[in-house]
Design a protein around this ligand. Structure first.
Ligand code: ASP
Length: 345
């Protein structure tokens, strides 16, 4: 490989590359050449930059596992040819894609930096130009040993680099749109890019450097989001949705839920039918604990703790584990391990 950093940009769509439709006034995805035309400064980096793009760039609210497969396949195909990868993506489902890709790209030892913007790159006050350039610099960065500084899937947005499977979209408005509420920033972007090297992911088995890409995700999963006043019939209906193998239960506070007998019974029935029920908190920060009786009751009903995982990581990890062909018992068991830094144990 050349000494100049070689970076592959994978363009999926999102606001960063959108332009305004003059007839409707709405933003629509546009192609990659338009995006690069608007960032002539990229040439000043003196990197070798190539790109691939989805045939039809999309608004990320249309993202689904088939798109994750395409992104992962591009990375696998070009893995040995580039120092790093930058994925341009809409912000709406960025945290889901970052989480899914982190599980799919087992053994990743190169940077996969996902970014986008709140304002299209063609607009005067765009945040897209800075995000794109910083993402490219991070994808090219090496540490003192000459190894890639970042060896994981991460989200770069405005002032911070976050672990992808710890991130959540926090704002539909602010330029600092993402945060990882239970894990420190991997880097702070200021005059320089200040890496928090202790926070960066390093695999336990550093010897094993082969990338192994997993392409099967099982979408037989769903969220059940609690609220005071939820009816028994609503819960039972949701839990008996046809084809569902796994449920991510969004609970209150430190993993609490109603203690009414009908509630616990409905959940233990689901578990006894072979479904995996995973407990994550609705709070943006903190974790599921057995601090209160109600969380304990859930655990006794066979509900598995998701610890401090984000909802995005929880649902995509479930798709991934069922996609491996594991049975419910094995899937439930794997939630007590971290695959790639997604949970504090
Ligand atoms: N709806 C857009 C998307 O997710 C929002 C954005 O990119 O910021 O594609």
């Amino acid at each position: 490989m050349s000494h100049r950093p070689r970076i592959l940009i994978i363009y999926t769509g999102g606001t960063i590359g959108m332009i305004e439709n003059p007839d409707t006034g709405t933003l629509q995805p546009f192609d990659f050449s338009h995006l690069l035309d608007n960032v002539p400064k990229i040439k000043m980096l003196n990197y070798v930059i190539d790109n691939v793009q989805f045939d039809e760039p999309i608004d990320s609210s249309d993202m689904d596992p088939s798109h994750w497969v395409r992104i992962a396949a591009a990375i696998e195909r070009e893995y040995d040819n580039y120092h790093g990868f930058v994925v341009l993506h809409g912000t709406d489902t960025m945290a889901y894609s970052a989480s899914a890709l982190s599980f799919m790209l087992e053994g990743l030892r190169k940077p996969v930096i996902i970014t986008g913007s709140q304002l299209p790159i063609g607009e005067v006050r765009t945040d897209g130009e800075e995000n794109l350039i910083t993402a490219l610099q991070i994808a090219a960065a090496t540490n003192a040993d000459g190894a890639p500084m970042v060896q994981e899937v991460a989200i770069l947005f405005e002032d911070y680099l976050w672990r992808g499977n710890r991130s959540t979209k926090m704002s539909a408005d602010n330029f600092n749109a993402f945060k990882s509420n239970n894990y420190p920033a991997l880097a702070k972007i200021g005059l320089g890019i200040h890496y928090n090297e202790d926070a960066l992911y390093r695999p336990a088995n550093a010897e094993n450097t082969a990338l192994k890409v997993h392409y099967t995700l099982d979408t037989g999963v769903m969220f059940v989001d609690l609220f005071p006043g939820m009816r028994e019939s609503t819960l039972r209906h949701q839990l008996s949705t046809p084809g569902i193998k796994g449920i991510v239960l969004k609970t209150y506070g430190a993993g609490n839920a109603p203690t009414a007998q009908w509630f616990t019974e409905a959940l233990s029935n689901a578990v006894n039918q072979g479904k995996v029920v995973l407990n994550v908190t609705q709070c943006v920060n903190g974790a599921v604990h057995k601090r209160y009786m109600s969380a304990n009751t859930l655990a006794n009903a066979g509900v598995v703790s998701g610890g401090d995982m984000t909802a995005e990581a929880a649902i995509t990890k479930m798709m991934f584990l069922f996609g491996l062909g594991l049975d419910s018992k094995e899937v439930a068991e794997r939630f007590s391990h971290a695959l790639c830094g997604e949970v504090t144990l």
